[in-house]
Design a protein. Structure first.
Length: 488
């Protein structure tokens, strides 16, 4: 289902940074606008101290690219921008070029829900230099945030060990679009439902929710509030029991549960939102069971994340559903993935590719040259290593990773290992060639990917390091570039 077109006017050509347009103008002015170039969208380290990242946001990014346009109102706005000298920033002929612009790049990318690792390209863009430059910011915007939240959601769901996880983060999300995209990414990453009704309508995500403390406080007595809610919505009763005294609230919920049962309905459960959740859940479970409600769920909320859930599990909490809000929708402990977008190659006037490499004193910030692809190998259903290679040089048969992309190992591939390339064609010549994936398909891919990942890599703290490196010939090329640069 289209999302951007339902939230915003079209087109969204101005969803970019000004310097993308000033560079685009410079390329046009110098006759370089149509020079073919290759860019890669990568990230440099996993968020949350984890051992994996989930690629997410591709479908929304593809929708953006399909509709990429500058309309007359965009051009009118840009024509009014002035440089530091007070003169128009852009020539009218360049703005006319923008008005005629239609997306024509090739895009290869990891399908949404794919497990990814630092330095691996999530997206490869090949096409006219001017277009590759203009789409940098929107691609980073749409993929960085959703990959971050999907990864957080996967970690929360791993901590929950199969218990349902509900996403409750809209009220503290970063705006309307941040809330909707966070819900989308959280559901892709494994959450079972959301409180976000707009996202439910736009994306077909199941919605869940009952009542807040304000409902209870509207009535003179807590039991009166529970009874009133039961009369209004007898088929949807999960009572929030901690407005006053939690254990008494559980007993009152059980009393109203008996009232519901007499009328042909069943108490769905209770929600705990404060206090010692482990101890309270154990006592609540005892009260509900003794009252004849062993099937009533205990929902917990209250600033939960993967670490809090893991701790509560270790304490023997009897919680069966987890409501996770702020720390999921805002990726509270690490608010940005830190993805970057780097030029890898540009065609010379002779038609040959010219590799490009960004140098840095920080090894992680040194880019990889070429037109990059990632070969993933698995053995007996478990992923064992990734190799980044240049498609023009190819991948030497049977060789393992050899160099600085998180690994310095040099070795042979096990004879029974199978390999496949992760970047798949999404656009060719600006036309979509990869059929859209539904959110349910993406969720299934996430589950399949995590099942193939070694348990040590999925640990929430001090995870094992997954083997990633760059192919031998690419490693040698990169080393030569750095030597030549150092001697110049």
């Amino acid at each position: 289902m289209k999302l951007l077109s339902q939230l915003y006017r079209q087109p969204l050509g101005l969803l970019t940074d000004l310097y993308q347009l000033t560079m685009a103008y410079g390329y046009w002015k110098l006759g370089l606008a149509r020079r073919e170039a290759v860019f890669h969208l990568i990230f440099r380290r996993h968020p949350f101290g984890g051992g994996f990242t989930l690629a997410c946001g591709l479908e929304v990014a593809a929708e953006f690219l399909e509709a990429l346009r500058f309309d007359e109102t965009d051009i009118e706005y840009l024509s009014g921008l002035a440089g530091s000298d007070g003169r128009p920033l852009f020539e009218q002929a360049f703005l006319d070029e923008l008005l005629r612009l239609r997306f024509s790049c090739d895009i290869d990318a990891m399908p949404e829900g794919t497990v990814a690792f630092p330095q691996e390209p999530l997206v490869r863009v090949q096409g006219p230099l001017i277009q590759g430059q203009i789409i940098e910011t929107p691609l980073l915007n749409l993929i960085n945030f959703q990959s971050l939240v999907a990864t957080k959601a996967a970690r929360v769901c791993l901590a929950a060990r199969g218990d349902p996880v509900l996403e409750f983060g809209l009220r503290r999300a970063q705006g309307i679009d941040g809330g909707v995209l966070a819900t989308r990414a959280a559901y892709a990453g494994g959450c079972d439902a959301t409180s976000n009704v707009l996202a439910g309508r736009l994306l077909g995500i199941p919605v869940r929710g009952t009542h807040a403390h304000s409902w209870v406080m509207c009535f003179e007595e807590e039991i009166e509030a529970f009874r009133a809610y039961a009369r209004a919505l007898p088929g949807n009763c999960i009572f929030l029991v901690d407005t006053y005294e939690t254990i008494e609230g559980v007993r009152r919920a059980a009393e109203v549960g008996r009232w519901l049962r007499e009328r042909g309905h069943e108490l769905v459960g209770i929600r705990l939102d404060s206090g010692d959740l482990a101890a309270l859940s154990v006592e609540a479970r005892r009260i509900l069971d003794d009252a004849g409600f062993p099937g009533a769920v205990i929902v917990a909320s209250s600033d939960l994340d993967e670490h809090a859930i893991e701790s509560l599990k270790a304490q023997g909490a009897r919680i069966s559903v987890w409501g996770v809000g702020t720390k999921l929708a805002t990726a509270y402990d690490e608010p940005a993935l830190g993805g970057v977008y780097k030029l890898g190659s540009i065609r010379g006037e002779d038609g040959r590719w010219r590799h490009r490499l960004k140098r840095s004193d920080h090894p992680l910030k040194v880019s990889n040259p070429g037109r990059l692809q990632v070969r993933r190998r698995e053995r007996r259903g478990v992923y064992i290593e990734d190799v980044i290679y240049d498609v023009d040089q190819g991948l030497e048969p049977g060789s393992g990773p050899a160099g600085a992309a998180g690994s310095s190992r040099r070795g042979d591939v096990p004879a029974d290992a199978r390999g496949s390339d992760l970047l798949v064609p999404v656009f060719r010549g600006g036309r979509r060639v990869l059929p859209p994936a539904s959110l349910e398909e993406i969720r299934r891919r996430v589950r399949s990917e995590l099942d193939r990942l070694d348990d040590g890599v999925k640990r929430l703290t001090q995870p094992a390091v997954y083997e990633v490196g760059i192919e031998k010939r690419l490693s040698e090329l990169k080393a030569r570039f750095l030597r030549e640069a150092g001697s110049s």
